[in-house]
Design a protein around this ligand. Structure first.
Ligand code: ATP
Ligand code: MG
Length: 336
């Protein structure tokens, strides 16, 4: 039987952090052999907020190399750069004309990111979820493994696909496949180190709010030493009054590979002075193999270019077919 299709991506808006890893990429790695996977570096999304042209290409390489370093296996998965496949932009335009404006105005990420930009909010930021819908729908994805923050965008993707099918499809012949989100319970929302009520983000201006996968051991130690905690002794999960405590215990659980009940028992009597060095050592140890492999890949630019070239060719084959299907259904004159 043909394997089901998975698609997901990360924006090259900075280095990957523990939220991206535990909420998304680690799950991609775990499930990849059950599926036919497309993982893209979504560089068109990266310019929906102000960006530095000097860094975009380098950050794109970094994210692609980190996919490989985290364990994405090219025997099961295709890695490519979104802007190398022009069908993403083209389908976005077609979907734009089918998506009601008020669906986009409701998006939480738009509201949150728009506030930070004052007068300079771009049309692209509002349109981000339509581009994301195009990313997913082009590949007829069955499943989309993402963190909790992307759930609303996934629902929108489903609504857009259903609308295209209703308006332009024939009975029993849908044009677009309706995808399902794949969101893990643990790690789906890793919180900021400086505020346990906010998610960890690449775009948070404070470096101290996140641990990046490429942080040195010294920097990891410094960030954990300074991270926000509370004055209460004894560490517990799931106390709504102690969001930082829950977050740090969850990080320890996921990075150590222990179960939640093992961690609960181990830490119930601990104070922060004892816990923080434990979390520091565990984090450094968990990230070391990723950092070592990352360095090897980055030292071999030819290899990385080849991966991305071959990935784009495979992605184009699938994406262009879907694009043609949509254009046919919308009544476009085929290329002559
Ligand atoms: P930005 O701040 O630029 O939006 P980001 O940190 O939100 O960056 P994205 O590239 O937008 O990262 O998201 C990549 C993937 O990582 C998505 O699947 C997203 O759901 C997931 N993700 C992002 N932040 C977290 C987090 N704090 N916890 C769990 N998953 C996360
Ligand atoms: Mg994001």
């Amino acid at each position: 039987m043909k394997k089901k299709r998975v698609l997901s991506g990360v924006q090259p808006t900075g280095n990957l952090h523990l939220g991206n890893y535990l909420g998304a990429i680690r799950n991609w790695v775990e499930i990849q052999h059950q599926y036919d996977n497309f993982f893209c570096v979504v560089d068109l999304h990266a310019i929906t907020v102000p960006h530095d042209p000097q860094k975009l290409a380098q950050d794109t390489y970094t994210i692609a190399a980190l996919y490989l370093a985290c364990g994405i296996d090219l025997a099961a998965s295709t890695i490519f750069v979104q802007s190398h496949v022009s069908a993403h932009s083209e389908l976005t335009w077609l979907l734009n004309c089918i998506t009601p404006l008020n669906w986009l105005e409701r998006m939480i990420q738009f509201k949150e990111k728009a506030v930070k930009q004052g007068e300079n909010v771009s049309v692209g930021l509002l349109d981000y979820p339509v581009l994301m819908a195009a990313d997913i729908l082009l590949y007829d994805a069955d499943k989309v493994p993402v963190g909790e923050d992307q759930k609303q965008h996934l629902e929108l993707t489903r609504d857009i696909a259903a609308r295209v099918n209703d308006k332009f499809g024939k009975a029993n012949h849908p044009i677009l496949k309706i995808p399902e989100p794949l969101i893990r319970t643990e790690g789906a929302r890793v919180m900021s180190l400086t505020d346990g009520t906010k998610k960890m983000s690449k775009s948070d201006p404070s470096e101290m709010s996140r641990i990046s996968l490429l942080d040195s051991p010294d920097l990891i130690e410094k960030k954990i030493k300074k991270c926000k905690t509370d004055p209460i002794k004894g560490l517990v999960f799931d106390d709504l009054e102690r969001p930082e405590c829950n977050n740090l215990l969850t990080l320890y659980q996921l990075l150590s590979g222990k179960t939640k009940s093992e961690v609960a028992a181990e830490c119930q009597e601990m104070g922060w002075g004892q816990f923080k060095p434990l979390l520091t050592d565990t984090t450094i140890e968990a990230l070391k193999p990723i950092q070592d492999t990352y360095q090897e890949i980055m030292n071999n630019q030819d290899y990385l270019n080849q991966v991305l070239r071959e990935g784009a060719a495979k992605a184009k084959e699938v994406a262009n077919q879907t694009l043609s299907r949509v254009k046919d259904a919308l009544g476009y004159l085929p290329s002559l």
